[in-house]
Design a protein around this ligand. Structure first.
Ligand SMILES: [Zn+2]
Length: 232
């Protein structure tokens, strides 16, 4: 998939079985709407997950030849494990999903509302290196509204997973459509992938832009209006 282009997200690519791992990873293909997880994902405790990650990260560091007796390195496996579970991959666990209360739209505001430039940090699921970007969220109230900070929290929740940008865009949009009880949701994400800039092709200037336009946003007129909101 090329960078620097808007990718519409209506299609769902299902014919992945003949692809090898390098094809999928280096071309950053989307393999599904839901984060692929095993059925037993939440049968072990966070404490046990941290212990297992620390154990295996020790193996990785040891294999690389790093001296785990060194003062600076010896705490790293536990630090990485804690960071994975409590911070950067905490969005894998539904118990961390933001609870969102709906309010009546008492201001009678019936135009689009845009929350722009929501900074997020995610990680590429193919290389486990950062994706750094901004999300712009828009919706038209169905009569109900949510607190502005909740839009931000939904972005952060889905960002805190190993991700591909296309899925992140869709997951945020689908969740907001559900909680806001409307199809009229748009999500635009503009992000930099460190697996593209710091390794591989080493392109430091490209960015990837993805968009989801639901309901009333799926017209040329509304998309232009939305772009104007975002660029001001
Ligand atoms: Zn990657």
């Amino acid at each position: 998939m090329k960078t620097n282009e808007i990718m519409p997200l209506n299609g769902n690519n299902t014919s992945q079985s003949t692809l090898n791992h390098d094809d999928v990873g280096d071309n950053h293909m989307l393999t599904g709407m839901d984060t692929p997880m095993i059925p037993t994902a939440f049968l072990i405790s966070d404490k046990e997950k941290k212990e297992r990650i620390a154990f295996h990260f020790t193996e990785i560091m040891d294999t690389l030849g790093l001296d785990l007796n060194d003062d600076s390195l010896k705490g790293t496996p536990e630090r990485v494990a804690k960071m994975y579970i409590e911070e950067i991959f905490s969005g894998l666990d539904p118990k961390n999903k933001p609870k969102i209360a709906l309010f009546e739209n008492k201001y009678q505001y019936e135009q689009m509302l845009v929350e722009k430039n929501i900074t997020f940090y995610s990680n590429c699921e193919h290389h486990f290196v950062p994706i750094i970007g901004k999300a712009h969220i828009a919706y038209v109230s169905s009569g109900k509204v949510i607190g502005l900070s909740k839009l931000n929290r939904v972005v952060q929740y889905f960002a805190k997973r190993p991700q591909v940008q296309e899925r992140l865009t869709n997951q945020i949009a689908r969740e907001l459509q559900k909680v806001l009880k409307t199809e009229d949701v748009a999500v635009i994400i503009d992000a930099k992938h460190l697996c593209v800039s710091s390794r591989g092709i080493k392109d430091d200037t490209s960015a990837t832009v993805t968009a989801f336009y639901g309901g009333v946003f799926n017209t040329h007129e509304k998309i232009v209006e939305l772009q104007n909101f975002i660029s001001h």
